[in-house]
Structures are given as structure tokens and as C-alpha cells.
Write a protein of this length. Structure first.
Lengths: 126, 136
């Protein structure tokens, strides 16, 4: 059984909540053996989606595509860390100073922040 | 509301929270560069996943060396066959960000090819990279 969900999320809090769901799905697929490599060992790179398009991909779908954008990579990384026992790892979406622009990162169990998008090819600090 | 990449959120008016993301650094093994050498390859190994944003030389060394290439895996950052002056990567250099880098890992080193612009050996050349990293 499969389903394609359409849902409008409007705030960073709602996006973070949706990211939790995507991370949970990714974790289940990792544990089922559908994704064997860690995010950073997988060869996957960051790629921005065309403007106006916003597809959220679980870890196995990112692996198949070979790329993902911030929410896809964050969900995979959180799922991977949790599957390895770091249960306190969590996704975080936040509103940037630019209106309407949100970015997603990982908060590790020790509070350290990690940005998979930057590590996998997103533009450097300006 | 769109979810857009870092390029869009970090600029002159970039986001404070994003800029506060931790940056790590990686150092090169001190290496002697013989007089007038043109291609000494220095392998910089990392202990965890790391993506260099910036290469920085000591101010004095920057004036003595040139950089023929910075490579991670097979991806070269030099779009020509010619070296660039080390001054491009001096501490106060502007527009010195490396934006097209691959991701280094314990299995994938950063290789920097250095030349010596002088007729005197550069002793114990040491340079660094700054960029984001992830703990295992």
C-alpha cells in the first residue's frame, strides 16, 4: 500500500512537526534494510528543487534520486542517528530573516547543530 | 512559504541563527616546499565529515607560495591548468570562499598542490581549512 500525501504547512513549527513524521518513516525504512549507507557515506548530494516545487522524500527515495534538499537530508540524518541509538537527535526548521524562507537543520542529542545541506553541497557562508 | 537553500538565507543580511552554526577547522601537516617547486601535493586527512568553506595561509607564507589545485576525490577546484597566488588565500583575502567543494571524510582526503614562488625553501608550511563538519 502506498499513498501520496498533500498537506500545506505554514510555519516552522508545523514544518518541524512534518519533518518528525518524515524522519520516522525514514527510520523505519533504514531499519528494514532499504537504506544501508549513512547519509554522508551514501554519495547523495544537496540539490535545490526548482522554485515552486516541494517534494519531501524519505531516505530510500533520496538515495534513489541521488540528491535531496534540506528537509530530505535532515529527515534522513535524524533517522540514521536515531536508528544508531541517538534518540535525542531532532530536526529543526526555522524562519530566516528573509520573509517566507525557512531552512532545516539537525540538532544533535548534545545540542550541537549540524547542517547536512551545507555538508553535502549547499553554498558556503556568504 | 518555500523551503530554500542556504544560498538564499545567508548573505549580507543573512540569518543570525544560520551563521551561528558551528564551523570547524582542519590543519595541514607542516610540509617543506623546496625552492621553485611547482607541484608539491599535500594530503590533508580529516577525522570526520568536513566540507571546506575557506582555505587560509599564514600571511607570510601566502606571499611565497602558489596554489595549483585543491582536490577532494577527483573533483578539482581549479578551472584552469595554471596556479593562483597564495595571496588569494591570505587571512584578509576577500571573495576567498570555496563554494564548489565536495565533502571530505576519513576515506576521502583533501589534496592541495602547492608551488614555491621564491628561490628559497618554505619550511614547515602549514595552512588551514574552515568549514562545517559533523560528528560521527
Amino acid at each position: 500500500m502506498s499513498a501520496t500525501l498533500t498537506m500545506r504547512v505554514e510555519t516552522p513549527v508545523e514544518i518541524t512537526a512534518a519533518l518528525e513524521a518524515l524522519a520516522l518513516i525514514s527510520e523505519r525504512r533504514i531499519k528494514a534494510g532499504r537504506v544501508r549507507a549513512g547519509l554522508y557515506e551514501s554519495g547523495v548530494r544537496y540539490r535545490r528543487e526548482p522554485r515552486g516545487e516541494e517534494k519531501w522524500l524519505a531516505a530510500d527515495e533520496v538515495l534513489k534520486a541521488g540528491y535531496g534538499d534540506c528537509e530530505d537530508l535532515v529527515a534522513w540524518r535524524v533517522a540514521e542517528l536515531r536508528a544508531r541509538g541517538e534518540r535525542g537527535a531532532r530536526p529543526l526548521a526555522y524562519q530566516t530573516r528573509r520573509p517566507g524562507v525557512v531552512h532545516c537543520i539537525v540538532v544533535r542529542a548534545n545540542g550541537q547543530r549540524e547542517d547536512p545541506s551545507r555538508l553535502l553541497g549547499m553554498g558556503g557562508v556568504g | 512559504m518555500g523551503i530554500i537553500g542556504y544560498d538564499d538565507i545567508v548573505g549580507a543580511e543573512g540569518d543570525l541563527e544560520a551563521k551561528n552554526l558551528p564551523q570547524s577547522f582542519v590543519g595541514s601537516p607542516p610540509t617543506d616546499i623546496p625552492p621553485s617547486a611547482t607541484g608539491v601535493v599535500i594530503e590533508v586527512r580529516v577525522l570526520r565529515v568536513f566540507r571546506p568553506d575557506r582555505l587560509v595561509f599564514d600571511r607570510t607564507d601566502a606571499a611565497k607560495v602558489n596554489v595549483r589545485d585543491v582536490k577532494i576525490g577527483t573533483t578539482s577546484l581549479n578551472a584552469s591548468n595554471n596556479p593562483v597566488p597564495g595571496d588569494m588565500f591570505a587571512p584578509d583575502a576577500t571573495n576567498a570562499m570555496l563554494r564548489q567543494t565536495e565533502t571530505a571524510s576519513p576515506n576521502l582526503s583533501i589534496n592541495v598542490t602547492i608551488g614555491n614562488r621564491t628561490t628559497v625553501a618554505v619550511t614547515a608550511l602549514n595552512f588551514g581549512f574552515i568549514g562545517p563538519s559533523a560528528s560521527p
